[in-house]
Design a protein. Structure first.
Length: 142
């Protein structure tokens, strides 16, 4: 991680109320030093290991949940055994490319949702997680 990236990640963590530990800095550098990402804990663990950092999978999970709890990540439970973390915390929706398991953002101006139910008294809708599942067209190019 370059010095300027390191300073940016450290400030991001401190502004969120998190101490910039070695593990948080390593994981934050992979998550926040570039384009928005959709990542699982297992994939992030593999990346940080390739970088030569010694961070357990449990620490990766804990750190991702800490980042989510302070608003740095959005958690997307796609099915019962796969959870993604999204560095884009804005209210947006996703394509899931099956069976690869890759997520892509849906441009916000290309979708509208009508007919939402009125939430129960004392409640409000915070956001909507819409996942459009895609499969590859076997007939493409024929």
């Amino acid at each position: 991680m370059q010095h300027s990236d390191r300073e940016t990640i450290e400030k991001l963590l401190r502004d969120a109320g998190l101490r910039p530990t070695r593990q948080r800095m390593a994981l934050g550098g992979l998550l926040f030093a570039g384009e928005d990402r959709h990542i699982t804990a297992e994939l992030l663990h593999a990346e940080v290991t390739r970088e030569g950092e010694h961070v357990s999978l449990a620490t990766v999970y804990n750190t991702l949940h800490q980042f989510r709890s302070v608003g740095l990540l959005r958690e997307l439970a796609i099915d019962s055994n796969k959870t993604y973390f999204d560095t884009n915390t804005s209210n947006h929706n996703h394509y899931l490319i099956e069976p690869d398991g890759d997520l892509m953002d849906i441009p916000s101006d290309s979708i509208s949702i009508d007919g939402l139910p009125e939430p129960p008294k004392g409640m409000r809708i915070s956001h909507i997680d819409l996942v459009v599942r895609l499969v590859r067209d076997d007939d493409a190019g024929e």
